[in-house]
Design a protein around this ligand. Sequence first.
Ligand code: HEM
Ligand SMILES: [Cu+2]
Length: 605
Amino acid sequence: MTTLAAPMRRPVAYTGVWSWITTVDHKRIGILYGASALFFLLVGGIEALLIRTQLAVPGNTLVSSDTYSQLFTMHGTTMIFLFVMPLSAAFFNFMVPLMIGARDVAFPRLNALSYWVFLFGGLFMNSSFFMGGAPDAGWFGYANLTSNQFSPGARIDFWVLGLQVLGLSSLMAALNFIVTILNLRAPGMSMMRMPLFVWMTLITSFLLVFALPVLTVGLTLLLFDRFFGTHFYIPAGGGDPLLWQHLFWIFGHPEVYILILPAMGMVSEVLPTFSRKPLFGYPFVVYSGILIAFLGFGVWAHHMFAVGMGPVADAVFATTTMLIAVPTGVKIFNWIGTMWGGALDFKSPLCFAVGFIGMFIIGGISGVMHASVPLDLQQTDTYFVVAHLHYVLFGGAVFGLFAGIYYWFPKITGRMLNDAWGKVHFWIMFVGANLAFFPMHLLGLDGMPRRIYSYDPSMGWNLWNLVSTVGAFTIALSVLIFVINAITALRRGARAPNDPWDAQTLEWSISSPPPVYNFATIPVVHSRRPFWDEKYPDAAHGKAAHAEPEHHGAIHMPNPSYFPIVIALGILVAVSGLMIHPAVSILGAIIMLIGVYGWSFEPAA
Ligand code: HEM
Ligand SMILES: [Cu+2]
């Protein structure tokens, strides 16, 4: 094969734009994921502000009912698939290899491919705004709203195809992280010595691998209904709209754990560091994570109580849903146990971690309320549900992610964020989130339906809607403070030492930012706190981590490659072809094949 490979040179640039386009370095890919996710946070955030501005006063005419449907659909879809998931992926990428003492992920080029496919998928879906309107059937796109009869035009096509592409990206990333974590751990790092964040990455990846294919099947059937005239979801043709609800939620409920478990992992790193204690009940936190993931596949129909499944199915799904609260509660007690009696150092990461616990408890309680079928029949499709999901997704996932951002920013960038402004950010965001989302409970109990673009002044919903809108802008202010803090830190922030927080895990044992090869010598691990033991050998009873001298010469890192972005581009063109002309799809397939061919025969050095 050398003859075929000979004309293809591997890219050599290590600086400039090309170096980012061809990079296969897990740290750079992590930064790309993070920057893209923050961009989509701004997009989804602006959509949220438009929604809240429209609802600030009754009878408002800022946006039409049609625009409003696009806004809430794209807000939900963007926040979930283009912000929380990729921001978690940013940390999987940057931190997991460092935390397990590896030099990269198992499949570096596949990693780059995952990123480019995600980026193109996200841009593809958002381009719909400029082509006759964005998807508008809600983030769970119920049949029959998505049928050609009720949604002619391209809007739902963008949603179906965009989600397929994004799913592909997540699936590749998940397989990559499973192999990385199972195979590339430093010597001595047994499974039960892995940092909690690594555990939650592993569990999240398994969730993705088992849950995403169900969505893929559901979307493929919908794609056939829309493009090829089948009737999977169309009752007039013998199909069943409820089939979509089942398929979507078999994916959708595990998906909410895909959103929250990474944040739980981050909190489980931050709390021990800033309490100066080991994580309390480590095995319980690990096993409860596994149990949550496992049970998460058995609760999906709690989203469907209102369709009338009958008492047996209702009872089963109510019970399994209540059961899931048990491992979740176990985690919460262990976090509190970690802080108990610790030397708490209230820096910004700890503030966000504690905020996470408080907000997540509120969201968890309203969640268990939905498990009760009679209560759910009152609450479903009201603002009570919107309140609940934002307490877990905003108060939970977003606060946890910010704990992670403040914690690892110095390691990633080599600069310190200003801690005082970090706390200002925390308090404004905390007040804003509660102002924005708590009144939604009251509105929901008062009967305000979700997904309405306007309401009558006589309904009695005026005050709390206005308060909620003020809260949304308060959140926006806090995000602005964060952005300014981050830009200032990058420009002229204090240089970050290797280990600014006196932390316990391996990523803090190397420089900030880490060198390309991460570890000059791969560490040997003897406990759950390898770096702590090295710093405090007396407390470690001689179990300090040590680096064994290696016998090879220079460290060889994977080379950059052009082909991941070529394949991703081929996928984008092929998918767009379904909406334009079959010839375009064939062109896309050819581009993809060229990419796969080049990738396969790429010279190793
Ligand atoms: C600035 C912060 C945010 C505000 C003010 C906000 C506001 C809202 C409002 C008012 C709705 C209901 C729209 C309606 O039913 O008519 C909504 C829906 C939704 N939000 Fe948010 N949100 C915020 C952040 C987030 C985040 C961070 C996530 C996820 C990680 C998220 C996920 C969702 C989802 C999934 C829906 C349901 C969309 C649908 O009904 O299809 N939101 N948001
Ligand atoms: Cu659920």
